[in-house]
Design a protein around this ligand. Structure first.
Ligand SMILES: O=C(O)CCC(=O)C(=O)O
Length: 271
């Protein structure tokens, strides 16, 4: 029997397209988090690049059960579809009083795919306080393509999100988002388990589209973030329109006619 999963709504997908992230607070139950901490402390054996999800983790294993939780499974399915490839996974730690923050970065070289994206799942088995060096991410940065640590010189950006969360929180990030682990000023070793997934199907209408025409979808896609300059903020929204068109198959979707205007190339010749 197939596991139950709770797909994302169109409003949630639109928010992901605008922000580049989706956060599910305390979605993993407490008993699993206690187990998860021990599993991460022992290390999770690596999985070869490109292993289909159903072959990657043993039946009954902690990671398999984590990914089968209905909201986690539903979000993953909505974002990358069935049976994604596991690209890699890693147990990230920030040492107590670890001294430095990680430079702000994207996890790859410039990735110019306009019509597909990978997601990175990040699982936090402990409560993460501000002092513990939660992952920092910059909302709405994922479509401003950078090469790895190009952004490393930026220490803080207005509207940045320093993750503070309850135990059992799972965050999904678009592969392009600018992020980095912060300095851990606490006495506690901070864990985070990351898995990167590659889609194997076209990412089109994989979520629950019953609310596709809810006005909140457009409102989400139109969101500005505090670090945007006025003009380039418009470019970010332009890029979101292109991505939303790919994800929905709706080639007429627009915000204030920006893409319509720029793609207008009449074929008719006046004789
Ligand atoms: O430890 C963290 O919070 C983030 C680590 C990370 O994203 C990375 O090393 O790419």
């Amino acid at each position: 029997m197939e596991n139950r999963r709770e797909l994302l709504s169109s409003v949630q997908m639109a928010r992901f397209v605008a922000r580049g992230s989706l956060r599910l607070d305390a979605v993993v139950p407490a008993e699993m988090n206690a187990e998860g901490l021990a599993v991460l402390a022992d290390g999770v054996p690596s999985v070869p690049y490109g292993t289909p999800l159903s072959d990657a983790y043993d039946n009954g294993s902690f990671v398999r059960r984590l990914l089968a939780l209905p909201r986690v499974a539903g979000a993953l399915r909505s974002l990358v579809g069935p049976e994604p490839w596991v690209d890699h996974h890693f147990v990230h730690t920030r040492a107590p009083h670890g001294g430095t923050a990680q430079a702000l970065h994207g996890d790859a070289i410039i990735d110019v795919r306009p019509d597909a994206f990978d997601v990175q799942l990040m699982y936090y088995p402990q409560d993460v306080t501000l002092e513990m060096g939660g992952t920092l991410s910059v909302p709405g940065s994922h479509l401003r393509r950078i090469n790895e640590s190009d952004t490393g010189r930026y220490q803080n950006l207005r509207g940045q999100d320093r993750l503070v969360c309850p135990a059992g929180t799972v965050v999904f990030l678009h592969h392009g988002i600018w992020h980095g682990g912060r300095r851990n000023d606490s006495d506690i070793l901070r864990y985070m388990f990351k898995i990167r997934f590659n889609p194997r199907v076209r990412q089109r209408r994989l979520w629950d589209t019953s609310d596709l025409h809810d006005p909140q979808v457009t409102a989400e896609l139109d969101a500005m973030f505090p670090w945007y300059e006025g003009a380039t903020g418009r470019l970010e929204r332009y890029n979101r329109i292109l991505l939303w068109r790919h994800l929905t198959g709706d080639d007429d979707f627009d915000l204030d006619h920006w893409v319509t205007r720029v793609s207008n190339r009449p074929k008719e010749i006046v004789t």
